[in-house]
Design a binder for this molecule. Structure first.
Ligand SMILES: Nc1ncnc2c1ncn2[C@@H]1O[C@H](COP(=O)(O)OP(=O)(O)O)[C@@H](O)[C@H]1O
Ligand SMILES: [Mg+2]
Length: 290
């Protein structure tokens, strides 16, 4: 179950991506990146953030902690930017918060080396959720305290935009040639062997239970929010078992990894990966973000 907080102060917009998330303070003294229900991308983007973010964390990948964030649009009244004002006005009620990683920097494949095991786990995970937003042009990866963190899972699971065709869509292959970690010799077979058995009906039922009802109600073709949750489970479960056989990894077209020695990039080649636990150690409370 993800916890619930209330936004107390809008700090500043984040303009790198397309959806205009904002840095927001909350009543638990935490600082969060808030993703708004009123953004043009719609509520399914937030559903995808929850399903994939929680799934990734349960598979041992580093994804900042997620929270349900209550917004009273009144906190944006003094916001000078018209676009932000309108977004806040359109987003009263429940929104999504993600733990803000203070001082993190965007992943740069030329400056930061990733070992093939970690690259394989991330590529396999992105193939499972059909993430089209982790290319070398737009990696949606952050480096924080020397570790790689995964953000922005809004553009995943394309099948949830057309449920009648979901089974066919979820059976399709995944082209990882442009993936930000494609140049790091991802060990996809090793990742599949380690992670696919963890993706059980039970696990998927737990992560879909974290999606607030408010974002699932009135989905055409479904008579309950739990029926929508089951549809996510039915799409992901068979895909987990076989997707590694359908991942294309052609010669990467993006920047090559750095050949510079570790002492220069600040990155030892074979850093141990924190397995088993999700990335909750990275809460802003430990790093001055609260
Ligand atoms: N948890 C976080 N901690 C620090 N910075 C973040 C975090 N999440 C997002 N950002 C910053 O905000 C930018 C936009 O966030 P993102 O989730 O990619 O939204 P969009 O849907 O707009 O692409 C990211 O590129 C990154 O620079
Ligand atoms: Mg993004």
């Amino acid at each position: 179950m993800i916890s619930r907080v209330a936004a107390t102060r809008y700090v500043t917009p984040l303009r790198e991506g397309g959806s205009l998330p904002g840095i927001v303070e909350a009543d638990d003294l935490g600082t969060y990146v808030m993703k708004f229900t009123g953004a043009g991308q719609g509520r399914k983007t937030l559903v995808a953030e929850v399903v994939c973010g929680q799934l990734g964390r349960r598979l041992g990948l580093r994804v900042p902690e997620l929270v349900r964030m209550q917004l009273d649009p009144v906190i944006g009244l003094s916001e000078p930017d018209q676009e932000v004002q309108e977004l806040l006005k359109a987003s009263g009620g429940l929104n999504l918060g993600m733990d803000f990683l203070p001082g993190s920097i965007g992943f740069d494949p030329l400056a930061y080396a990733v070992d093939s095991g970690e690259a394989g786990r991330v590529v396999w995970f992105d193939a499972l959720i059909n993430n089209v937003d982790r290319s070398w042009r737009n990696p949606n990866l952050l480096v924080w305290h020397g570790d790689l963190w995964l953000i922005d899972h809004g553009a995943t699971m394309i099948w949830h935009h057309n449920w009648p065709g979901a089974a066919v869509s979820a059976a399709k292959p995944y082209d990882a040639s442009d993936h930000a970690l494609a140049p790091f010799r991802p060990d996809v077979a090793g990742a599949a062997a380690a992670l696919a058995p963890l993706v059980t009906r039970g696990l998927l039922t737990e992560v879909t239970a974290d999606v607030p009802d408010e974002w699932l109600v009135d989905e055409p073709g479904f008579d309950s929010t739990d029926a929508v949750r089951r549809a996510y489970v039915e799409a992901l479960l068979p895909r987990a078992a076989t997707i590694h056989e359908r991942i294309t990894l052609d010669a990467p077209s993006g920047p090559r990894p750095s050949q510079a020695p570790g002492w220069l990039t600040g990155r030892p080649g074979s850093r141990p990966h924190a397995t088993g636990k999700s990335g909750t150690s990275g809460t802003s409370g430990q790093d001055g973000g609260r």
